[in-house]
Design a protein around this ligand. Sequence first.
Ligand SMILES: [Zn+2]
Length: 327
Amino acid sequence: MKEPESLQQAVLYFAEMDNCIAYLSARRWPDGKVICPNCGSESVSAFNSKRKTWKCAVHHPKREFSVKVGTLFEESPIGLDKWLTATWMLTNCKNGISSYELSRALKVSQKAAWFMLHRIRMALHDETFGTKLGGPESEVESDETFVGGLGKNMHKDRKIKLQAIRGEQRRGDIALGKTAVHGILDRDLRKIRCTVVPNVRRETLQNVILKQVRYGTKVYTDSSPAYELLHNRYIHEFVNHAERYVNGRVHTNGLENFWSLLKRSLRGTYVAVEPFHLDRYLDEQVFRYNNRATKDNPLNDADRFDLVIRNIVGKRLTFAELTGKPN
Ligand SMILES: [Zn+2]
């Protein structure tokens, strides 16, 4: 059977356990050499098609292993057919998918669906986070926004931001239970990076930019005083949003568009997001944006799914990573 290219094909394809195993193995062990996830040995028995497992030749506990062991799907009683369908849906639904929708679609409890979505999001994290964006001759946009709290009221966000820009809000502290998010858009790479920030003070935003953007890059912002000292390291230009939004190439419209996508998804699909989990939702939205189909990079649903599965089979999650609490 051909690998799936649509949700409908994915449901049919992954209904067969052997297809799930074939798809995952091909990504996990691209050269076909199965490696024991517990000790790294390459001496592994041939696949036992009855038990759907391999067996390590080295003597140690848990010698027998399935394709799930050592991946984000490990130790879950939920079948691979449901895991892979859920991954397809989350990866390719433009506005995301709620645990309620997933629970109905897969016939699992809402709690289980929530857990699944949360795990899959781990694989959507941008692995290039440590590298820097921009460079001489490149342009990046930098902007921040507020999400959560009184999410129903759009105008409030605007107001808080204006207050922060005018310095009316004391030192950029955030009121009304909102969480501040800073974004950078690299216009050449067409990639966005988002960070949850504790406030929008100058030191905070400046440090985020210094950490993420190469010196000498053209950085475009609004007229927030938080960006005042950027000219020390960057070619900094800004637009005063009280006057206009665009001045030639100097604008932050790329990020403004992303903020509205993010907020639509947070309002429509994810009714209540705890600030702690916001990072994961940002990863999800950023993944979708950075891996959208463009003229130069015509990614389709199957490509995006493939990308995520490669991350999933390479990741093992601890309880602490998932909840932020020590085990
Ligand atoms: Zn082993």
